[in-house]
Design a protein around this ligand. Structure first.
Ligand code: AR6
Length: 170
């Protein structure tokens, strides 16, 4: 099975990773947070490639090129809005599962995830980390082509939370 690591950083600056995952909005527009950072770094070609793929549903994952980002692809996932899209845990798990299965089908060997839904979409961070890491641990054995999964967290607290959660699940 591939390795899983949790590091602090900016998802738009993961030059040694094949594919980065976007915590997208349904319209695949620029937005804020992760989506804003990725679209700003990618340039307008990314939004243009996204337009015919939108809208997407909670839990869905779609793939595009990475344009000006230092990666090969972007996989765009729509996380659940906490308290609105139900069941939240199943929809959040579906994001990670669908992204990994799509990456496996595309021959992608390394993938970086942000903490989907844990920002503007209001998912409690500890619960989001548990769902995310448990889903990756469960799905990765079925994706033999994926050698590395990296969680990229914006701040030190979130990084420590993910590292603790991973250690408790392994
Ligand atoms: N790199 C890594 N993590 C980041 C970065 C970054 N550059 N920027 C923020 N985070 P969010 P969501 C963290 O809001 O909750 C957007 O406006 C952030 O601290 O990006 O799925 C879209 O357009 C948080 O822990 O995603 C959607 O409308 C986590 O990444 C909506 O927000 C996710 O925060 C999606 O909301």
């Amino acid at each position: 099975m591939g390795t899983i690591e949790c590091v602090q950083g900016d998802i738009a600056r993961q030059a040694d990773i094949d594919t980065v995952v976007n915590a997208a909005n349904a319209e695949l527009r620029i937005g804020g947070g992760v989506a804003g950072a990725l679209h700003r770094a990618a340039g307008p070609g990314l939004a243009e490639e996204c337009r015919p793929l939108a809208p997407i549903r909670p839990g869905q994952a779609v793939i595009t090129g990475a344009h000006g980002l230092p990666n090969r692809h972007v996989i765009h996932c729509l996380g659940p809005v906490y308290g609105i899209d139900e069941p939240a845990d199943e929809l959040l798990a579906a994001c990670y599962r669908n992204a990994l299965e799509l990456a496996e089908r595309e021959g992608i060997r390394s993938i970086a995830f942000p903490a989907i839904s844990a920002g503007a979409f209001g998912y409690p961070p500890a619960e989001a980390a548990r769902v995310a890491l448990a889903t990756v641990l469960k799905t990765l054995p079925g994706c033999p082509g994926i050698e590395k999964v990296r969680f990229v967290l914006f701040d030190a607290d979130s990084t420590a939370l993910h590292q603790r959660t991973l250690a408790s699940l392994e």
